[in-house]
Write a new protein. Structure first.
Length: 424
């Protein structure tokens, strides 16, 4: 389906749309099809789904929703349209996102961009998102009001210019609160999410903090890229032989700690891969969920150690970074931009799901997952060489991609990076 323009009669008028956008929770239950299946879900005031993902504990009250996060992957979303429509925010490009909440501002606020087909059946879904750190924009709570309800005390307000979200705002999918970081000592209670044409008079807002671009798909037509994370030395020779015999180049994402361990031989392996034209990118130093680290200093130390190891062991610099577990929020994106010029943050639109199936009784389901995601349009893959079944399927999936008429290349090449080697 095409882009949903907010000014069409579906919303009755622009004014009515914005009125509906105020306080987007608490509309009761509805039975609708979401995420490809029929289920009972909450609907917001736009008639679209809102709720928690990744087992985020939450409770819903008459005027609020209370989130009790325990992990940085947990996220609360409120969609601006159905999953099969794109919502056009461009008429409101000068407006502001306003959120009223109580609790610590230890989370990211994101605007998610739908894919060009505006459907969850196309990969990637969502196509990308941009995030800001709630703490940068949080105003102090107003003076106490004796008439306030108990759960309304300590209310805080956030005003964020929509221009601070670097996505295609002609096809927005949802607003999200997530990437919560420690300490997880108090819940976050959300009272309102709305758009407003202006912040309170006299309010000075911070500038947009530079951060890295998040990529989940190749942009070069007819291209496909493998991003290979984490491996074990015992399988490196087999990976090398497959790549050489199939005549393809890939991108490896490498953890600094393993490179520094001379007993693994991984340093020599990746130096050889570089010499043969493959790309090697950053994958953190310790392979922790960096967004869940307790301090910005800890994030900085991890990034700096990863960069230093690349210089000392591989003799290279890299702008390409894949976050461990795919977990990425505003803090990590901002700190990457401090230490790396124009960082490219690489997730994926094809998941072989080796983390789920490689050591199971049904390892062939890795192939099913890979084929499914490719058929849905995904063209940037994640896989590991941690188990023999995954490596055993590697040649087969390479030939499957070739059979689709796609050209396999490094990630920097598939993103048309001007600094990437020329295609041959």
């Amino acid at each position: 389906m095409g882009v949903q323009d907010v000014s069409i009669s579906y919303f009755r008028s622009q004014r009515a749309m914005i009125e509906d956008f105020l306080t987007t929770y608490w509309s009761g239950w509805g039975v609708v099809g979401q995420w490809g299946m029929a289920s009972v879900v909450f609907l917001n005031n736009l008639g679209s789904w809102h709720g928690a993902l990744e087992d985020l504990p939450y409770t819903q009250g008459p005027n609020y929703i209370r989130l009790a996060p325990t992990d940085p992957d947990q996220t609360y979303h409120t969609q601006l349209s159905s999953t099969t429509q794109c919502f056009n925010l461009t008429p409101y490009s000068t407006w502001y996102l306003h959120i009223t909440f109580a609790g610590p501002p230890t989370f990211s606020i994101s605007l998610h961009q739908h894919n060009p087909n505006c459907t969850p059946l196309s990969n990637p879904y969502p196509e990308t998102w941009d995030s800001v750190n709630a703490a940068h924009y949080t105003l102090p709570p107003p003076a106490p009001n004796p008439h306030e309800k108990e759960n309304e005390k300590e209310m805080k307000n956030v005003y964020i210019p929509l221009s601070h979200f670097n996505i295609s705002q002609s096809r927005v999918l949802s607003i999200a609160l997530g990437n919560f970081y420690p300490p997880y000592s108090a819940p976050t209670t959300v009272f309102k999410i709305e758009l407003t044409p202006s912040p309170p008079e006299g309010l000075t807002l911070p500038d947009k903090v530079p951060n890295g671009d998040l990529r989940l798909r190749c942009t070069r037509p007819g291209s496909f890229a493998f991003g290979i994370d984490d491996g074990i030395p015992a399988l490196a020779d087999e990976v090398r032989e497959i790549l050489e015999s199939e005549g393809v180049q890939v991108t490896f994402f490498v953890v600094g700690r393993g490179l520094r361990d001379s007993r693994t031989g991984l340093g020599a392996f990746y130096r050889e891969m570089l010499a043969k034209g493959h790309q090697v990118g950053l994958h953190s130093d310790g392979h922790f969920k960096m967004e869940g680290m307790e301090s910005v200093q800890a994030i900085d130390e991890d990034i700096i150690a990863n960069l230093a190891t690349f210089r000392s062991v591989l003799g290279i610099e890299s702008r390409y970074f894949r976050p461990p577990y795919g977990t990425i929020g505003a803090r990590t994106r901002e700190r990457l931009a401090v230490h790396i010029p124009d960082p490219q943050i690489i997730n994926w639109s094809v998941d072989i799901e080796d983390w789920m199936w490689a050591d199971s009784d049904t390892p062939e389901r890795q192939l099913e997952a890979f084929y499914r995601d490719v058929e849905r349009g995904g063209n940037l893959a994640v896989l590991h060489y941690l188990g023999p079944t995954t490596v055993g399927y590697f040649r087969e999936i390479i030939r499957f991609i070739k059979g689709k008429g796609l050209k396999i290349m490094r990630i920097d090449q598939c993103l048309k990076d001007p600094s990437a080697p020329a295609l041959v």
